[in-house]
Design a protein around this ligand. Structure first.
Ligand code: F1P
Length: 292
């Protein structure tokens, strides 16, 4: 039987096309050029925040910091705070929104949840909501929207995602371990790729900035393991990995489409390991903490 997460993974090109015009989904509330911005979230949502922060700053639109919602430094001055939360109920995200005096905008998948009251403005991407605990299409649709808000054309990105759905990921599922690497905005995507196979398949996966990988983590590489670059790898790295005996994975697809391949890898790994990717161990759709 096809898992819910696999069904949701397959809808990503369609979801991304729906946010190609940010104004049609409430993008007016997103940060303006020149604003100093903080972006927050937990888990997958945090990793999307990391990717957006790098892209926005590289686009010359203003200093942009990403934080895990639990780790936002108090007392910093920002012009706008963007909170990403599929459920709109995650405790740490709501706490940041309650405590800050900065103008806030939330991006969520669900209507009528607490984040709409906690944030001054909100963007609802309900068409990208998911039944799965493990996030795929909501997260990537948020990042697609944020990329479009920076002026990027999503047509080639969505076309690459269609291709990503055809990549034969089963050829990787005999691996015993995977390390995902990224640079710049794809560091967040590498963290997210590694999280997917931990969540969906209880598989040992790690992630690092690609340049930092040589500073220790490469010691893990050996035959039977994968070193998987999301985005363009640094010169020379493929040869260094080949010398370890590990398999180096790289692709010319848009990095967000490469994340789709990694999502499919995670679902395929779960199947191979006899696990249900729709029932990740120790994880719920949203982490709601009871008051201390
Ligand atoms: C984020 C979160 C993630 C977790 C999992 C389920 O929730 O709890 O931390 O990794 O994917 O979602 P949300 O704040 O985006 O709803």
């Amino acid at each position: 039987m096809t898992s819910r997460v696999s069904t949701e993974i397959d809808t990503q090109p369609t979801c991304w096309r729906r946010v190609a015009d940010p104004m049609s989904v409430g993008g007016k509330a997103l940060p303006k050029s020149g604003e100093r911005v903080a972006v927050v979230g937990c888990g997958t949502s945090w990793f999307m925040a990391m990717a957006y922060a790098v892209l926005r700053e590289q686009a010359g639109l203003g200093e942009t910091d990403a934080f895990a919602a639990s780790e936002v430094p108090r007392g910093r001055r920002y012009d706008r705070l963007v909170a990403i939360s599929r459920s709109g109920t995650t405790t740490e995200v709501l706490e940041v929104l309650d405590e800050t005096t900065t103008p806030t905008v939330a991006i969520t998948a669900v209507a009528g949840v607490p984040i709409h009251d906690a944030a001054q403005q909100s963007i609802l991407l309900d068409f990208a909501d998911e039944e799965s605990v493990v996030q795929t299409r909501f997260a990537t649709t948020v990042l697609a929207l944020l990329r479009a808000s920076l002026g990027e054309n999503l047509d080639p990105v969505a076309a690459d995602a269609e291709q990503a759905l055809q990549v034969p990921v089963e050829t990787y599922t005999d691996a015993t371990q995977a390390t995902f690497l990224g640079r710049g905005w794809t560091v967040g995507l590498a963290y997210e790729a590694a999280l997917k196979s931990r969540e969906a398949a209880q598989f040992w996966s790690e992630a690092y900035p690609a340049m930092d990988y040589r500073h220790g983590p490469i010691a893990i590489a050996e035959p039977g393991r994968l070193v998987w670059a999301i985005g363009t790898p640094p010169a020379g790295l493929a040869d260094e990995v080949a010398a370890t005996g590990a398999r180096f994975v790289t692709s010319d697809l848009d990095p967000l489409a490469q994340l789709v391949v990694a999502q499919r890898f995670a679902a395929a790994l779960a199947r191979r390991r006899g696990l249900d990717p729709d029932r990740p161990r120790h994880l719920t759709r949203s982490v709601v903490l009871s008051p201390a």
